[in-house]
Write a protein that binds this ligand. Structure first.
Ligand SMILES: Cc1cc2nc3c(=O)[nH]c(=O)nc-3n(C[C@H](O)[C@H](O)[C@H](O)COP(=O)(O)O)c2cc1C
Length: 348
């Protein structure tokens, strides 16, 4: 139904408009009696055998929604009804910001991909905080946080610490987004000196609290092995609880979309099918190099249930989807969960 009817209709609209229409429709469903119950009935399955506890957080299943889909934390409870085990809201910055000028989101249907240069547009951390206070999450919520675009990298640590402090009691874990390719210079935050400063300041907030909220780092798929080695080392010695691998890529390698279309689109991070190879390699590498000491949430190019399984087999503990959800529709989490359960049974 989604692929035959709803997706072709949505794809008639520019991508960001289609995104807003979809989220708007979810909001409307809140007010239709029985609608949310019906969605849960169709899409949500309990899966005892897939439940998992990781860095102190209990996940009802290992399939989550990646950062960027619910940028402001307006829809975590709407999306919970579709059977996901967790959601990363954000990325959030201390001050609201507009992001880059439109158009900034593009479909590459021939490649099952998207290119975006949103530039971390969001209503700011306080907006999300108000939502979290008012509407208690019925799903495990991670806050993806980053710095404001106008904050210099040298002071980025202040932005991260501020958001962590504000959200500390209201989310289940944090993901530090130091790998967004769409904010000039932001990926430099992955370098040793700046990343140490950010982690130190976030750890300071953790120390002042009664309990330690898990903090994960989100990495780029465009890093070479020596850069990844440095991140793994830093994460291990500084009590980072895990890695989200990966963000979108700068690469345009092997795409079927024409050069002409790609150059008309211009800059941006590529997500979806063409990203899988890189993100899978990154997951494998981090898993091996960290001796399985760093839990990994895999993201990047998971477009089929079997690709989610591939990520878990490569060493990931959980998976997240964004582009796969756009192309496959609302039943995607259910499809993945069904496949994982089947494989589990086969192994027994
Ligand atoms: C439109 C769009 C917006 C995104 N915004 C963010 C963001 O704000 N923060 C972040 O960490 N990742 C963001 N991402 C990256 C995704 O979280 C994910 O890492 C990436 O898309 C790869 O997964 P996928 O191939 O399943 O889409 C965004 C991706 C897309 C397509």
């Amino acid at each position: 139904m989604y692929k035959l009817l709803i997706r072709p209709l949505l794809f008639l609209f520019p991508p960001e408009k289609a995104h807003n229409i979809t989220l708007g429709a979810l909001r409307v469903l809140r007010y239709i009696p029985g609608a949310r119950f019906l969605i849960r009935l169709i899409y949500k399955r309990r899966s005892k055998s897939l439940e998992k506890e990781l860095f102190g957080v209990k996940f009802p299943n290992p399939v989550g929604i990646a950062a960027g889909l619910d940028k402001n934390g307006d829809h975590y409870n709407d999306l919970a009804n579709f059977g996901f085990g967790f959601i990363e809201i954000g990325s959030l910055t201390p001050k609201p910001q507009e992001g880059n000028p439109s158009p900034r989101l593009f479909r590459l249907p021939k490649d099952g991909a998207l290119i975006n240069r949103m530039g971390i547009n969001n209503h700011g951390v306080k907006h999300a905080l108000e939502n979290l206070k008012r509407d208690h999450p019925k799903i495990v919520v991670a806050a993806s946080i980053s710095k404001n675009t106008d904050a210099p990298n040298e002071l980025a640590y202040k932005d991260f610490a501020r958001s962590v402090a504000l959200l500390y009691d209201f989310v289940d874990f944090f993901v530090l987004n130091v790998s967004c390719p769409n904010v000039p210079g932001l990926q430099h935050l992955q370098e040793d000196s700046m990343l140490s400063q950010i982690i130190d300041s976030v750890n300071e907030v953790r120390r002042y609290n009664e309990f330690s909220r898990p903090v994960l780092l989100k990495v780029s798929p465009d890093m070479d092995h020596s850069q990844l080695d440095a991140i793994i080392h830093l994460a291990l010695i500084n009590g980072i609880d895990g890695i989200v691998a990966t963000n979108t890529t700068h690469s345009r390698e092997g795409l079927s979309t024409s050069e002409k279309t790609l150059s008309a689109i211009g800059e941006g991070g590529l997500s979806g099918a063409p990203l899988l190879k890189k993100s899978l390699e990154t997951v494998k590498y981090i898993h091996q190099k960290s001796n399985n000491l760093l839990p990994i949430i895999a993201a990047g190019g998971i477009m089929t249930p079997n690709q989610a399984l591939q990520m878990l087999d490569a060493g990931a503990s959980l998976v997240e989807v964004y582009t796969g959800f756009v192309y496959n529709g609302p039943s995607f989490a259910k499809q993945i969960i069904r496949h994982l359960k089947k494989q589990q049974k086969k192994k027994k």
